[in-house]
Design a protein around this ligand. Structure first.
Ligand code: DI6
Ligand code: FE
Length: 425
């Protein structure tokens, strides 16, 4: 708390944050005596290489393989004895709403006292209360709050985070959220991918006029965010309580015209055919998916759309219907796992816990959970230079106090990170 107050009252806030990145780092390094989970598909389970070494040159992985096969070019690199520790690709949280004002802990209490989500929303709670708090917050306050959540992820070995807008729902606040998201990527050694989520909820001033909101706010703000290079992708919430497939299609048409990739919150609480719609637009991912049917799964497989599962929201909302993991497997749809970090349905800032929940609640294997926060999470963000360990990939790595990769999903509330390497540092 002291730290938080210090942030808020420091006038030169940017300098204060900047000091935490650090500038030291070696550019050539041989990680020796390691177990390496490359996460490359198709070979050994986890792509595991035991008794392994990994060479880093500049910001890239130069080589990874058995210790007794280290090429001569790398044997002279400064050597780090990892004493048998596990190395994986750095983790990726491919679905978060971690920039927001206020919190909804009172709503949590109300739900436990018996109030329904709808009753809370009607009384001015729910997403709309976060919209109010986010509009009222200064950029610096939003940043200070969001950095604390980003730091929790980074401390678990996360090197890339997707961050959505969607709690502004007006031009100034949507752009303010996206700017804060970008600043996180400048102030911390983490890659940030932003998604414009103007179609998240209908703001109070447009109650009952969702189409007018899309026309007058959502589409113009999308264009403004694109023109200011503030958004890397476009997202929407396709649900009875949010927007119809026809309304989402109008947002996606605009995204397509601007050359931006799309993704969608689909089939979370009901089946509106959102995943199929997303697949039609070649979406990077469709997310949640508890109510997804086989047609939707087939459409996603055909389009190469990643299924991002969000067990934190399932858990928080006490849902009972699980996403169709068996169908996703059978159709070969890549599965990602993310926190959905948000103040309402998933106040979760732990990728490791999301992995554990994905296994225990959705019956993913620990290998699927780990692929879900590395290889497939990269795919869900359109990142082709990270998520697996292979020569030429970015040296974004996590070194764990663990012997076997199943340990990462197995423990609950324990962080075994030994060291995180970001772009070789
Ligand atoms: N799906 C969700 O579960 C959250 N947003 C979304 O599109 C809910 C966000 C909130 O309650 O604040
Ligand atoms: Fe979400």
């Amino acid at each position: 708390m002291t730290e938080f107050i210090m942030y808020r009252h420091n006038t030169n806030i940017t300098d204060l944050f900047k000091t935490q990145i650090g500038t030291s780092g070696v550019t050539e390094r041989l990680l020796d005596k390691a177990a390496i989970a490359t996460l490359q598909a198709g070979g050994a389970s986890y792509g595991l290489i035991t008794d392994a070494a990994l060479a880093i040159s500049e910001s890239r992985i130069a080589w990874a393989g058995p210790r007794d096969e280290v090429p001569a070019a790398y044997t002279g690199f400064p050597r780090d004895d990892l004493e048998g520790r596990l190395v994986t690709p750095a983790l990726i949280d491919c679905h978060t709403h971690l920039v927001y004002g206020g919190n909804r802990s009172r709503e949590f209490e109300q739900r436990l006292e018996g109030a329904s989500y709808e009753e809370i929303a009607r009384a001015g709670g729910g997403i709309v209360s976060t919209v109010g708090a986010t509009r009222a917050a200064s950029e610096e306050d939003l940043l200070a709050d969001a950095l604390r959540r980003a730091d929790a992820l980074i401390a678990e070995g996360v090197a890339a985070i997707e961050i959505k807008s969607g709690y502004g729902l007006d031009i100034d606040t949507e752009l303010k959220m996206l700017k804060v998201a970008r600043r996180i990527g400048e102030l911390r050694a983490v890659r940030v991918r932003t998604s414009f989520l103007g179609a998240h909820a209908v703001p109070p001033e447009y109650a009952g006029r969702a189409d007018a909101y899309i026309d007058e706010i959502c589409l113009p703000v999308l264009e403004a965010a694109h023109d200011a290079s503030l958004a890397d992708a476009v997202d929407g919430f396709c649900e009875g309580v949010a927007f119809t497939p026809a309304q989402i299609a109008r947002v996606f048409d605009k995204a397509q015209a601007l050359g931006m990739p799309v993704k969608l919150h689909a089939e979370q609480l009901s089946d509106l055919g959102g995943a199929k719609l997303a697949a039609r637009y070649g979406a990077l991912s469709a997310d949640h998916l508890e109510y997804l049917d086989e047609d939707g799964v087939a459409a996603m497989a055909e389009a190469g759309t990643v299924a991002t599962l969000l067990p934190g929201a399932f858990y928080t909302l006490h849902e009972t219907r699980s996403p169709p993991v068996g169908l996703l497997r059978r159709h070969g749809v890549p599965i990602a796992v993310a926190t959905d970090c948000n103040p309402g349905s998933s106040p979760l800032a732990s990728v490791l816990l999301a992995m554990n929940m994905a296994c225990t609640l959705f019956r993913l294997t620990p290998e699927e959970a780990l692929a879900g926060v590395t290889r497939n999470a990269a795919k869900a963000l359109g990142l082709t230079d990270t998520g697996v360990i292979a020569p030429g990939m970015r040296a974004d790595l996590a070194i764990w106090n663990a012997e076997h990769p199943a340990e990462l999903a197995y423990r609950i509330g324990f962080n075994p990170l030994h060291e995180r390497i970001f772009a070789g540092r």
